[in-house]
Design a protein around this ligand. Structure first.
Ligand code: HEM
Ligand code: SF4
Ligand code: SF4
Length: 516
């Protein structure tokens, strides 16, 4: 079952369509913001941290001086202070938007269970931290919006039996808003971001080489957009707080402060119940009944020499290295931690023992996928090549998650689908060509379900990453095609381009001797 079919309704399919649509507009997946939502969240966090540190340096952290110190900033030459403040606000808005969109994407694509449970569960508290920091930020300015937000928050908290005396008493008159209370505001707006940093670090712990920074052009474009917005629509204060009057109307930042009007439109308890239920649901999602888990990678100690390639390539840090029980085979042994394993097979593609040229009757590799062992893959390739030997076929290696290679027809084409294209050891390409294939088409998803499968495949075939495709393998007989499920036309056109190319090549010397 695909992730798209895992949820009722058409939302996941619509999301994927939007992603693909934006791929076209952005000229590929690399600069498509929908494919880098988490990394864009990180970028916003850094923009917030940098602009926040400068703002803090000029902020008077007393109840009487805060508003004036921020107002003074707007009198700096070229309105620099005002723009900086605006950048801080718009980066906070963007942070919330990217976080919510990132959450929605992971949810819609069913990425909250199994080996992703840790990332999901550590993501949920981040939501709380993000909103707590953002709301606390409005209080520091101590204008009428800050006053409205602080009193609304106090009323909301007072609905729970948490404090001996109501928090709202702190806002009865001007004298009640002491510097001590203001220190609490500062603590919320500085302390919670520290929790957020720790939470973000924790969130990506189980993700090897997490993309915590968007591709540079995307990062520059996003920063430039936020700066342009700050210049075009600078954020302004809404008059100093005045506790003698309740703010009748304030200009609200709906992204960050929506909870206040929600509370006034219902009741504090309703908002507590609604947010508690939403959080409970988010925390419960990974524990709901789920489809049976596929088998995880299995290490064969007799064939593992401890080279660490699988350890380096695993996208989910599911492999650890321990001392090898048999020092004659290697110093270290790979060990798979089953609950972290995504069953992607990318480690198989990296193992030096995973070569079909080995003359053993049964191909046992250092690490393998029980549901699609490499030995079965070698036999399948041999049988398929024999069946169409007279045709000199094109062999297409594809990915179960990507464009369906089985849909490619024609007697001169033979196809094999893998769990992820990263499962393919490059030596299989050489093996297919030596076994009589006229060419090899390697296909995978444009945005790899397992994060690194496409990247490692490109690097292995480009001979920049072990195991490398040998230099002697004729590159003109090989093509790479990145096509997602539903994008079979792209795969077909890559195939016909390769067919045309190899048809124009002189017939290769008979080189069917396949040996180690
Ligand atoms: C504070 C905002 C957040 C930021 C900056 C953030 C950032 C990231 C980053 C950088 C990754 C790694 C992406 C990659 O390298 O492929 C990631 C993965 C992930 N995040 Fe977040 N995240 C945030 C909040 C959340 C929330 C609220 C949830 C859901 C409750 C969530 C769920 C996930 C999941 C499930 C993954 C794993 C994706 C995969 O395995 O392919 N994140 N996040
Ligand atoms: S199957 Fe994938 S997640 Fe599991 S150990 Fe291998 S590379 Fe890591
Ligand atoms: S890549 Fe293969 S040989 Fe190397 S450590 Fe992993 S299982 Fe062992």
């Amino acid at each position: 079952m695909t992730a798209t079919a895992a949820l009722p309704g058409r939302l996941p399919a619509l999301w994927l369509r939007a992603e693909r649509g934006l791929d076209k507009a952005a000229g590929g997946t690399v600069h498509n913001p929908l494919r880098h939502l988490g990394a864009l969240g990180f970028l916003c966090f850094w923009l917030l941290a940098i602009s926040g540190i400068i703002l803090y340096a000029v902020l008077d952290t007393s109840a009487t001086g805060a508003y004036r110190s921020i107002a003074d900033m707007s009198r700096l030459p070229w309105y620099l202070g005002g723009w900086l403040r605006s950048l801080h606000r718009y980066a906070a808005d963007a942070f919330v938007v990217f976080t919510l969109a990132h959450l929605a994407r992971e949810w819609l694509l069913g990425r909250y269970r199994g080996f992703r449970r840790f990332s999901w569960l550590t993501g949920v508290p981040l939501l709380l931290f993000v909103f707590a920091c953002a709301i606390g930020g409005f209080w520091l300015n101590w204008d009428r919006l800050g006053q409205f937000s602080a009193i609304a928050t106090a009323e909301w908290l007072d609905a729970l039996p948490l404090f001996g005396s109501p928090l709202t008493r702190n806002f009865i008159d001007v004298a009640a808003v002491s510097d001590r209370l203001f220190s609490l505001f500062v603590f919320v707006h500085l302390g919670v971001p520290l929790l957020l940093v720790f939470g973000l670090w924790f969130h990506v712990q189980r993700i090897a080489r997490a993309a915590v920074f968007p591709p540079r052009p995307l990062a520059l474009a996003m920063t430039a957009t936020l700066i342009a917005l700050s210049i075009a629509l600078p954020v302004v204060s809404q008059g100093p707080a005045d506790l003698a009057q309740a703010p009748v109307s304030v200009d609200l930042d709906w992204w960050l402060l929506f909870v206040h009007p929600l509370m006034y439109a219902s009741s504090p308890i309703t908002v507590w119940l609604a947010s508690g239920a939403a959080l409970a649901l988010l925390f419960a999602l990974p524990y709901l009944p789920q489809p049976a888990r596929p088998a995880v990678a299995v290490v064969d100690p007799a064939n593992c020499n401890g080279c660490r390639r699988c350890f380096d390539d695993c996208p989910y840090a599911a492999i650890s290295m321990v001392p090898h029980p048999n020092a004659r085979i290697g110093r270290q042994l790979a060990v798979v931690q089953a609950d972290l394993c995504a069953s992607c097979g990318i480690c198989v593609g990296s193992c030096p023992s995973a070569t079909p040229f080995r003359s053993v009757a049964e191909l046992v590799t250092g690490i393998d996928m029980p549901q699609q062992p490499l030995d079965a893959l070698r036999r399948q390739l041999q049988h398929q090549l024999e069946a169409v030997a007279h045709e000199r076929p094109i062999v297409v290696f594809g990915c179960d998650r990507g464009a369906q290679v089985g849909a490619l027809g024609g007697s001169s084409v033979t196809t094999i689908s893998l769990i992820c294209i990263g499962q393919l050891p490059p030596s299989f390409i050489e093996y297919a060509l030596r076994g009589g294939a006229a060419g090899v088409l390697v296909s995978g998803c444009r945005s790899c379900e397992y994060r690194l499968g496409a990247r490692w495949t490109e690097e292995r075939l480009g001979a920049t990453r072990e195991p490398r495709l040998r230099a002697s393998v004729p590159r003109e007989r090989i093509a790479l095609a990145w096509a997602d499920a539903g994008d079979e036309p792209r795969l077909r056109s890559a195939l016909s381009a390769l067919q045309d190319r190899v048809a124009a090549l002189p017939a290769p010397a008979e080189e069917n001797a396949i040996h180690e």
